[in-house]
Design a protein around this ligand. Structure first.
Ligand SMILES: [Ca+2]
Ligand SMILES: [Ca+2]
Length: 105
């Protein structure tokens, strides 16, 4: 089933780093968005659209020198289409807490 994943916004509840984070979002291993100077309480508009078949894997990273920190992932299903706003909570890392708002068309 073909669907479109729309990433709406990313909310930082708790940063991964002691200071600001540099979040990166990938869909199926392809980088689709990044930001810098993200602090706790920030909400960043994303507005990225990608079509996919059946399943898309969204991952959130924090950029580091060398290997980026992986903050979590979400398996998005095509059958989420049409059910309205969705939220994915990224809490895989010890400290970081992010909420991704998205929907599927
Ligand atoms: Ca980090
Ligand atoms: Ca960082």
């Amino acid at each position: 089933m073909l669907a479109t994943l729309v990433l709406d916004s990313l909310t930082c509840q708790v940063t991964d780093d002691l200071g600001s984070d540099e979040p990166i979002i990938t869909i199926d291993e392809e980088e689709v968005w990044r930001a810098s100077d993200v602090d706790e309480g920030d909400v960043r508009v994303i507005d990225v659209r990608r079509s996919f078949v059946d399943v898309a894997i969204v991952k959130l990273f924090d950029e580091e020198v060398g290997v980026n920190d992986e903050l979590g992932s979400r398996v998005v299903q095509a059958d989420e289409a049409g059910i309205g706003p969705r939220q994915a909570f990224f809490t895989q890392a010890a400290d970081a807490r992010y909420v991704l708002s998205y929907h599927v068309e």
